[in-house]
Design a binder for this molecule. Structure first.
Ligand SMILES: [Zn+2]
Length: 302
């Protein structure tokens, strides 16, 4: 075989095996961050996390019954230790459904009081009401020598939004408020833009080197703090671009189709969602921050 022919055969072989390789990686549902700490994402657009200790397992984010069933199976592939806790990140049903699967497996379901109050007021067939409710800005769960810090950072997205931090391992689990490599989610539902930005700055001060995001459009299974910074910068760039159009006197209705942010063109959903992101941020700048609620409203209820 001539050299050029050999080369072409090799190239053809590489290309024909590529789809098979990507199928294989699409079937991978579990990634180990460090010893005992795993990310589970079955290709449904949602990622959960689980922590295996000598005294049992802690799972974060049930999503729905189907996702939870897969998560439980993934845990059982790794350990037979009892499932001790299922932790919720926030109230929204697309994250909080499916808890019963873990209750049946023996887990105690834990949520921040704000999320709990919402869940109680908005029942759903696939939503299991948490057993253990916490209030304030911080709770630590210690199991088998591993510590998980639960941080409530105030308003940002949804209710009772909890950022999880394993201080020893320097790993964070963050839902919805950071989605690497994608512009803001559609009309940025239930995000208070100002408080979201403030929250991201607080997360940037936390000590972690690896992050599991509930949604990610990055190629790598794990992110890091740079994703938090990039999200904050995106929101701020969006606000500056809208402000520039306000100053130019661009008609309100034309601003969403006028604003372009080439810096983020490579992020997923740029074409589809950037105009929706502009609408949302522009209305916030025009009307004032929403949704909003008085501080400690739920603690008064307790
Ligand atoms: Zn949400």
């Amino acid at each position: 075989m001539s050299n050029i022919k050999t080369f072409l055969v090799i190239i053809a072989a590489v290309f024909t095996t590529l789809p098979a390789m990507s199928n294989a990686s699409a079937e991978k549902h579990v990634w180990q961050a460090v010893e005992g700490i795993y990310k589970y994402s079955p290709g449904d657009g949602y990622a959960s996390m689980f922590v295996v200790t000598n005294e049992g397992v802690i799972a974060i984010e049930p999503v729905n019954s189907q996702h939870s069933t897969g998560l439980l199976k993934a845990i059982r592939d790794v350990t037979n230790k009892p499932i001790r806790y299922l932790l919720h990140s926030h109230n929204h049903l697309d994250h909080s459904n499916g808890g019963q699967v873990f209750r049946d497996a023996g887990a105690k379901i834990v949520a921040h009081v704000e999320a709990y109050e919402w869940m109680k007021a908005n029942p759903n067939p696939d939503l299991a009401l948490p057993d253990d409710v916490w209030a304030g800005s911080r709770k630590d769960i210690i199991l088998g020598g591993k510590t998980i810090e639960l941080h409530y950072l105030g308003m940002n997205h949804g209710l009772g939004m909890t950022v999880f931090l394993l201080p020893e391992e320097k790993i964070a689990y963050i839902a919805d408020i950071v989605t690497p490599n994608r512009v803001g989610f559609a009309i940025m539902p239930d995000f208070n833009i100002k408080e979201w930005t403030r929250t991201l700055k607080e997360i940037e001060k936390m000590d972690f080197t690896k992050a599991i995001y509930s949604h990610s459009h990055a190629k790598e299974p794990f992110g890091n703090k740079l994703d938090v910074t990039k999200t904050r910068e995106f929101i701020q760039d969006l606000q500056s671009a809208i402000m520039a159009e306000f100053k130019k006197g661009t008609p309100f209705g034309k601003i969403p189709s006028t604003v372009k942010l080439p810096k983020y063109e490579h992020w997923d959903m740029y074409k589809e969602w950037l105009p929706l992101n502009v609408w949302r941020v522009m209305l916030d700048m025009h009307m004032g921050p929403f949704p909003w609620r008085p501080a400690h409203a739920y603690e008064v209820m307790m």
